[in-house]
Design a protein around this ligand. Structure first.
Ligand code: SF4
Ligand code: MG
Length: 325
């Protein structure tokens, strides 16, 4: 399967009081054509930072290194103008709160039209008709009227549909969706996920789906990458990881969701907190919370190890023995 995106050794450092701290460290993952990859973890683990680094949208005070391969190029190394063309044209993004990305004083049609003009050169009547068609495609009723509405006239779910319409306006190869349903209530959430699944299927769009919700991953993704404290600690096929999680953090995360099919009804949260950027533990970053921590864990950061083809784990429990001694 061809890779749409291939992230190798991505690292992001944040400057705090004249010093740089690694917020995201040694990230490797790829997304295949037409695939939905889930990037999952607690808030503050670096999921959004990773996606913003890919899009080159991090502000000053950050240092990004590594490679983000897209279409034979390293996105971290191309000129700004080329990156701007890729952004919104080849790779689109949607966020948790559509109200912050929509312009409150512009009609919906104008905002979709902007994207259509920028990326497809459409203006006037052609743009308006295309905007209506896009609104219909994302399941907005009365699209001919909504096209003239302002964002505040729509519900949260409808606004997110508009954001998806804008993101899809240029038929991107990759859609990065950062907690797209977190702000919505459960029924609307399901509808938006349905819509994304349908768009991905109909247009072959790959999706990087960022979420803290393992239920969303189970429903939407073929593969999943689990992040903890700025690193991917485990990644592989969703089925395999849900059935046989290998990293103690993944096991903890899966134990913390209530199951419909088992006797477990109470949430079992993982004890302790995500370490802060300035106080990263030495060695494995999960060691202070890990029930299996050994001496080697507190001394040395484990490297990712393949436990099955396509299934990697970053944990000394799974490292070759000679390295662990
Ligand atoms: Fe736990 Fe050690 Fe594995 Fe880290 S490396 S998750 S501390 S067993
Ligand atoms: Mg986030």
């Amino acid at each position: 399967m061809a890779k749409v995106l291939d992230v190798r050794g991505l690292r992001v450092d944040f400057r705090i009081d004249e010093r740089y701290y690694p917020a995201v460290h040694d990230i490797h993952f790829h997304i295949d054509e037409g695939e939905t990859l889930g990037l999952v973890g607690e808030s503050g683990c670096g999921k959004s930072v990773t996606s913003l680094a890919i899009m080159r949208l991090l502000g000053p005070g950050t240092k990004v290194s590594g490679e983000v391969r897209y279409g034979g190029k390293n996105l971290l190394a191309i000129p700004d103008a080329e990156m701007r063309r890729i952004r919104g044209n080849d790779i689109s993004m949607i966020f948790q709160e559509p109200m912050t990305s929509l312009n409150p004083v512009q009609r919906i049609g104008t905002q979709i039209g902007e994207s259509l003009f920028l990326h497809r050169g459409l203006t006037g009547r052609a743009a308006r008709e295309q905007a209506i068609q896009l609104l219909q495609e994302v399941g907005i009723p009365r699209a001919e009227e909504v096209v003239d509405d302002y964002p505040h006239q729509l519900s949260g779910g409808m606004r997110q549909r508009v954001m998806i319409a804008i993101a899809m306006a240029c038929n991107p190869k990759l859609l990065i969706a950062d907690e797209p349903t977190t702000a919505l209530d459960v029924t609307i959430q399901a509808q938006i996920l349905d819509l994304m699944r349908r768009l991905s299927r109909d247009h072959g769009t790959s999706i990087l789906l960022i979420t803290h919700d393992l239920g969303v991953v189970a429903e939407m993704c073929q593969r999943v990458a689990v992040m903890y404290a700025g690193q991917i600690v485990e990644q592989g096929p969703v089925r395999e990881i849900f059935k046989h999680p290998q990293h103690p953090y993944t096991i903890g995360l899966l134990n913390s969701i209530p199951r419909m099919d088992g006797p477990r009804t109470r949430l079992t949260p993982i004890e302790g907190n995500v370490p802060s950027l300035r106080n990263m533990p030495r060695g494995c970053r999960f060691a202070p919370r890990c029930p299996h921590a050994m001496d080697v864990c507190r001394a040395q950061d484990p490297e990712p190890v393949m436990v099955e083809p396509g299934h990697d784990v970053r944990c000394w429990l799974h490292a070759p023995v000679k390295e662990a001694r």
